[in-house]
Design a protein around this ligand. Structure first.
Ligand SMILES: [Zn+2]
Length: 64
């Protein structure tokens, strides 16, 4: 079941419009945005793993 990325309401699989019927969000824009985000996440994945490792080391913990 597709869901609106903005309001999370279910969208009919038979609905091929680009505007969410619930909140009026532009679904094409949101999907495009989502893809960009996923690409960015892939690129950051390695760095994030390293960062998590570093965060586990007590000496490198940052006080907040
Ligand atoms: Zn919506």
């Amino acid at each position: 079941m597709r869901k609106c990325p903005k309001c999370a309401e279910s969208l009919s699989p038979l609905y091929f419009g680009t505007i969410c019927r619930h909140c009026g969000a532009d679904l094409l824009y949101y999907h495009f945005d989502e893809r960009l985000e996923q690409d960015a996440q892939k690129a950051d994945a390695q760095e994030e793993k390293l960062q998590r490792l570093l965060n586990k080391l007590p000496l490198l913990k940052k006080k907040q």
